[in-house]
Ligand binder design. Structure first.
Ligand SMILES: O=C(O)CCC(=O)C(=O)O
Ligand SMILES: [Fe+2]
Length: 282
């Protein structure tokens, strides 16, 4: 089964429909390459200073560089891409927040990563098949080719049992030009590919999760207060400077957490508890 591809004028409904059936979809050339080149230029000193992964899962020839909100204005724009936010909100069906931000720079000689599901990060919690706790993106920050380690995906694998038994023979390759994005759910089996070239493959991996779970990358500690104070309200809320539900994440005397970085933006009270009661299903 091949990965489906959409063009940059794709709608949220089109992306979500394919995510529900295949677990992954590529949107080609969603942003200009200039934005990607800006991100890579902003991040280059940090990527260069990042140690290689400590194990075979993170990749011993792979540099994972986080804190993209702190470090890159271009990545803030990628994080807030309207098609991405619309898709994540619709798939998760809940208030959402940033789960993690990282570049994944797969170096020459890196072998393929073990095939896995990203939602295993939640300590293997058995989320129901129809509940999506997360929605993920991998932006191609270089061209992605089979030879340089493009992400590998098993489309349609989201309902298979949990095990490490899947091989790369069962996967297809998310080849795509720089500026394209691979959307994939937390349930679909996938992996980083093997890099058999002399050049580094760079991905911008930005993921989103339901606002009631713990984030994979701690946004409060990965972004300094000084930078946070300069960010727009919608991005701060997405980082987690918000209540994740009626009473989740307030500070001290029921205050809005955004007041820590932007005292002018705090909203009094916890929220509307009546709105949190599920409507009877039809
Ligand atoms: O680098 C990639 O293409 C995928 C990496 C990945 O799936 C992961 O680290 O969870
Ligand atoms: Fe993954």
């Amino acid at each position: 089964m091949e990965l489906q591809r959409l063009s940059a004028d794709a709608t949220v409904d089109q992306v979500v429909d394919i995510l529900r059936t295949d677990g992954a979809v590529i949107v080609e050339n969603l942003v200009d390459v200039e934005l990607i080149d800006q991100a890579v230029a902003e991040l280059a000193p940090f990527i260069d200073a990042t140690s290689m992964g400590p194990d075979d899962f993170t990749g011993r020839q792979t540099a994972r560089t986080g804190a993209l909100i702190e470090r890159s204005a271009a990545c803030r724009e990628l994080t807030m891409n309207p098609l991405v936010l619309g898709t994540a909100g619709e798939l998760i069906g809940n208030k959402i927040q940033i789960h993690l931000t990282q570049t994944i720079a797969i170096g020459p000689g890196q072998g393929a990563q073990p095939v896995h599901r990203d939602q295993w990060a939640f300590d293997m919690f058995p989320f129901p098949d129809d509940y999506h706790v997360q929605c993920n993106t991998i932006w191609a920050m270089t061209d992605f080719t089979e030879a340089n380690g493009a992400t590998r995906v098993m489309p349609g694998s989201q309902s298979l049992p949990n095990d490490f038994g899947h091989t790369h023979d069962e996967t297809v390759c998310a080849e795509m030009p720089k500026g394209s994005v691979l959307f994939y759910t937390g349930k679909v089996y996938h992996s980083g590919g093997a890099n058999q070239t002399d050049a580094v493959r760079i991905a911008g991996n930005i993921t989103y999760c339901a606002s009631w779970v713990r984030q994979e990358e701690n946004q409060y500690l990965s972004c300094s207060r000084d930078i946070a104070a300069t960010l727009p309200e919608d991005l701060l809320r997405l980082m987690g400077y918000a209540r994740g539900a009626y009473a989740l994440g307030y500070i001290d005397d029921l205050r809005d957490p955004i007041e820590v970085v932007r005292p002018d933006l705090g909203v009094r009270g916890l929220g509307d508890i009546a709105a949190t009661i599920p409507k009877p299903s039809r």
